[in-house]
Design a protein around this ligand. Sequence first.
Ligand code: HEM
Length: 387
Amino acid sequence: MTYPMSRQRRLDPPDELFGDPAPVRPLTFADGHVGWLVRGHAAGRAVLADPRFSAEPDRQHPLVASRHLPKGRVPPGFFLRMDAPDHTRYRRLLTGHFTVRRMNQLQPRIEEIAASCLDDMERAGPPADLVRDFALPIPSLVICELLGVPYEDRENFQNESARLLRLDSSPGEMESAINDLIKYFYTLIARKRVEPGNDLLTALIGGGELEDDEIAGMGFLLLVAGHETTANMLALGTFALLEHPEQLALVRDDPTVIDNAVEELLRYLSIIHVGPTRTAVEDVVIEGTTIRAGECVALSIPAANRDPSRFADPSALDVRQPAGSHLSFGHGIHQCLGQQLARIEMRVAYPALLRRFPSLRLAVPAEEVPMRADMSIYGVHSLRVTW
Ligand code: HEM
């Protein structure tokens, strides 16, 4: 098996992932280096929960690491790529800001933002690009307001994020995107020291526990993770529902299915389709396979989420099928910090869109929808729709 793999169908992971049922398989990375692919649901949870696997890129093979961050170049505060105790220190300062209760309080504002995007779409008339007009603005605006980032600066940070997430970006291109975004946060933090706001960056500055470079790294992580992910779920999820009209009708007409529909879309679509990666810091046996100290492991969330030993009908999109145990938000100490926010955004946005435009349909043939096979977060580059 070699990585990354190509897909045969737009809404399904590569067939190659499912040819052999072994939960852990040897894997050749793009540079020819051999590591492991973990594709079973139980094996994936075991790796993500095990402190003998490190998330730090400087422990990883340079070319695996470069897909996310150049070797040894984790910016201060970028705790996604840190192990305990550094990871714990940063994450602890944020958990109180992302509780279910805090996120629920944002719901009315998210509803307002979604309604305003829909008003604009309605006013402009069909066709629309659902990515540009709906899927990207909602999470971008929400994370900007939460962090205290001016929304007017979105073009800059959306372009830099795209540079960071392209699978063919060189380590140099990634490093310059990271540096530009971190520099941007430095300027913002300096401004907030003079003019504090009612936002998360201001709270982190006021807490007095962090240096500016640490706040900049945390802000950068939250901004990128907070808008690209949900934006792709909203657009790809809508595409998937348009391809499954009976499921779309359930989401539009039956308010009781939305919570599970969001989990099922997360499971079925598995937008984090490359990685997460980890490195064994000592020999570890996972379901009978020994992974030696220093070896890299890539976990396939799409394969884990379609593991037939975990889900009754894994290749079907069925919004009534219990899907809550998916691994789309990861597992263990790095499990997604923003998952409650993402859930509320989706629970609000899908029904609002489908109820506003009950006759929503693609404005181009499905085969012409440009897919994000070239990005580390899967989705659609654009989605032309009409109504
Ligand atoms: C549908 C949307 C989302 C998906 C599918 C998603 C997925 C993930 C996954 C799989 C991880 C774990 C990565 C790993 O173990 O290496 C993660 C971590 C993270 N996510 Fe999300 N995410 C989403 C939305 C968000 C949002 C809205 C935020 C905004 C605050 C966010 C912030 C983070 C952060 C800060 C981490 C790092 C956590 C840590 O290292 O402790 N995510 N996300």
